[in-house]
Design a protein around this ligand. Structure first.
Ligand SMILES: [Zn+2]
Length: 206
């Protein structure tokens, strides 16, 4: 038996499992290498929003916003790894391998949520993601615990963030191997705008 405390919540975990039974934190057996789909979303014009809206109202709206995003992610197999300011990072492929259909359901629900009347502030999102092999290791800072992702494509993911716009979804890495051939075309018909990114540059759009 191999019991240890969860680095996020302190709960005694059985390391044979994948996730802490108490808080859902992913249990890394030392350093792990995995094929992951990493997806990030951030709020467009966040600095301007903070200047226009009362801090207390904004905090209330943001917690409602992020808790809904978390619920939608987890319902569709995505693990919310961390919040970085106004950005949320979601990982698929930790407990089981990535299934693009879960990602598609996630996108549809996010879309419905953003159009709904749940929030008083209409947040507009930038979305970008990538697929590839990476090394994961747990980090515990004292205030928060998250998985650090190490790979070339994570660096590139940070770079493509600057070119993402509202209603565009930028995908990077070996994404063609995980999405079926007509996936992108079909999503475009449904109103999503997709871009695939290759190391040579941008190709394919609507
Ligand atoms: Zn835990």
């Amino acid at each position: 038996m191999s019991y240890e405390s969860c680095i996020r919540c302190g709960y005694e975990i059985d390391k044979r499992g994948n996730f802490c039974q108490n808080c859902g934190f992913y249990i890394v057996k030392d350093f792990s290498e995995k094929e992951l789909f990493v997806y990030r979303m951030d709020i467009i014009g966040f600095t301007e929003i903070t200047q226009k809206i009362d801090v207390f109202d904004l905090k209330t709206e943001l917690s409602l916003f992020f808790s809904n995003l978390r619920n939608i992610s987890e319902k569709n197999g995505g693990y919310v790894n961390q919040y970085i300011g106004d950005e949320i990072e979601i990982i698929w492929g930790l407990g089981k391998s990535f299934d693009y259909r879960e990602f598609l359901d996630f996108l549809k629900e996010i879309d419905e949520f953003l159009k709904s009347e749940v929030l008083r502030i209409k947040f507009r999102m930038r979305m970008f993601g990538g697929y590839g092999k990476m090394v994961i290791c747990p980090v515990h800072t004292g205030i928060k615990a998250y998985l650090m992702l190490v790979s070339d494509f994570i660096n590139e993911l940070n770079e493509i963030k600057t070119i993402a716009k509202e209603n565009e979804i930028l995908l990077l890495g070996d994404v063609e191997s995980i999405f079926p051939a007509n996936f992108i075309e079909k999503r475009i018909e449904e109103g999503f705008t997709f871009f695939l990114l290759k190391r040579e540059g941008l190709y394919g759009a609507n």
